[in-house]
Write a protein that binds this ligand. Structure first.
Ligand SMILES: [Zn+2]
Length: 68
């Protein structure tokens, strides 16, 4: 029974992570990156960390290098 509960918690945490995926959103070019992307690391002035769904809501376009 404990194993099933643990499996359920793991699954729930994983889904929560997917839904609340954070991206680096460039407010000037409207491109969003994965946090580990080289372009996200270079972007320090116009970039903010927001949820992916919010980036899309703002008209964000996925980065061609990391795929957003
Ligand atoms: Zn990128």
């Amino acid at each position: 029974m404990k194993k099933i509960l643990l499996l359920f918690i793991t699954f729930f945490m994983f889904s929560a992570m997917v839904y609340a995926e954070t991206v680096v959103f460039n407010t000037k070019t409207y491109k969003y990156h994965k946090p580990g992307c080289q372009w996200a690391n270079r972007c320090t002035v116009n970039c903010i960390k927001i949820e992916k769904k919010d980036a899309i809501k703002r008209g964000g376009v996925p980065c061609k290098v990391c795929g957003g």
